[in-house]
Design a protein around this ligand. Sequence first.
Ligand SMILES: Nc1ncnc2c1ncn2[C@@H]1O[C@H](COP(=O)(O)OP(=O)(O)OP(=O)(O)O)[C@@H](O)[C@H]1O
Ligand SMILES: [Mg+2]
Length: 581
Amino acid sequence: MNVPLRQYYALLSSYLRPQIARVAALALLLFGGIGLQLVNPQIMRGFIDSARSDGPPEYLYRLALLFMGLAVLQQVVAIGTTYFGENVGWTATNFLRADLAEHCLGLDMRFHNTHTPGEMIERLDGDVTALSNFFSQFVIQVFGSAMLMLGVLVLLFREDWRVGLALTVFAVLAMAVLLRLRNIAVPHWTASREAHANLFGFLEERLSGTEDIRSAGAKPYVLLRFFQLMRDVMQKQIRAGLMVNIMVNSGEMVFAVGTAAAFAVGAYVFEAGAVSIGTVYLIFNYTMMLIWPMQRITQQLQNLQLAAAGIVRIQGLLREQPTIADGDGPDLPPGPLTVEFRHVSFSYDSDEPVLRDLDFHLEAGKVLGLLGRTGSGKTTITRLLFRLYEPQEGGIEVGGVPLGQTRLADLRRHVGMVTQNVQLFQASVRDNLTFFDPSIPDERLLAVIEELGLGSWFGSLPQGLDTELESAGGGLSTGEAQLVAFTRIFLQNPGLVILDEASSRLDPATEHLIERAVDRLMQGRTGIVIAHRLGTVQRADEIMILEEGRILEHGERHALVADPGSRFSGLLRTGLEEMLV
Ligand SMILES: Nc1ncnc2c1ncn2[C@@H]1O[C@H](COP(=O)(O)OP(=O)(O)OP(=O)(O)O)[C@@H](O)[C@H]1O
Ligand SMILES: [Mg+2]
């Protein structure tokens, strides 16, 4: 997976700059830690040489104390490094998560229809989490490790140029080997993950279809496929395991070669009388110290490779642009709004049209009752009015403004929609009514509730407005959830109200409440009611019957009732359920 360097840099700079102070603290701690590591062997050397030459014991005590003090300091620095590292990493990824979430919320419904919730979670959390290390560690670790190696080599050169040279050659060769080795395991590892995913996908599908498999006598086939998939997993897993092993062992080999080289060079310069035994210890110790940063650098590069796949997917997601954008037309007028459909045709995915040549006008303040079989396109009309989708042909105007020219926020403030399945949040009833807007006082809420005739219903909730709703409105029936939605809309005070009645049956008490609330809600507003109940239909001024996306009949309700030949009067005779269910 190749990501241009520019993109890495862009990500780093946009998410690290806002927390530059913390990043600086992290860098300082890391480099401090490196410095401390470099000092340690120097003290040991002094200690060994002084002990061998019968130096004064006070000097030895002082060195020992210093050594211990530095060891403690090193631990403190290590804790600080972890703290700031996690902090920087989480802050950066959280901002990235938030940016992605905001970006996705702004994308079209079309986008969301084709991306499953599981996939979105994986994008917004899985891929981003894999970047945490990249933000908090990558640059600093790679840079810090390189600095540590450089520092060690410089100090070794200072001791003896032959030692410095030998270990520099070793370091260069070892880095080359480790960097070559780093890639060998990754593709095998990916292949093994894929084989696992296949196996689980197969299992999940077959387990959920157990009944059909048995009745169709497909057991032998299923088992055969199961064995094939398991064999695939085994082969890939063995190969991946071997590769990882080869990589780790090769690393160890490099490590052993380094140790041997340090011994050899140390022995040579000691025999030649160039250095003390303490210095030999120092050389040995520094060589060990060369190994860690090498391993850390290769480890970091490996992590980066895993993160790169995530970066590619995140960039792809950020490139997605909504096609429905704010227009620059006038704001919608206050008060009831007219609705105009001009030869509107629409399909979700270009093949099968859902609405065909829809043409009608609804005067401000009138209520249109929309009827039609399931799948005839009623809900789709409301989505177009809310500008969740745009029609392929024709135009829609609300309040005299073409929808394409409206600002989305303005449009959605002026249009209130109660959907078939009201979405409630896991929060108090109050928060569900106000959409978490604390500036709306309880008195206003209660007044609105009273006006909608819902006072006693809200009063019957266990803790009134403080009643906590479970997620997805658990605890409330569909009808009751719609009552909450009515109240929401009444607070919003839009000029056009769209009500997509729940098609499930309601108990008579709730039905009565809904009818009263709808009456009140429609006063002084334009309304479009997708009705499933005769009671609601009778509140409409006009009736429109849809069939397969076409207008089958449209007219004044009274006129249609009076005309015995109309579909509507036919419906009234046979009962609404006849058509609507
Ligand atoms: N998001 C979508 N993507 C693709 N097709 C869709 C989508 N939503 C609805 N459809 C299809 O569009 C057609 C009209 O659906 P719509 O929801 O508007 O019907 P409806 O009249 O509201 O039905 P119901 O009475 O069951 O609510 C149906 O054939 C449906 O399968
Ligand atoms: Mg519907």
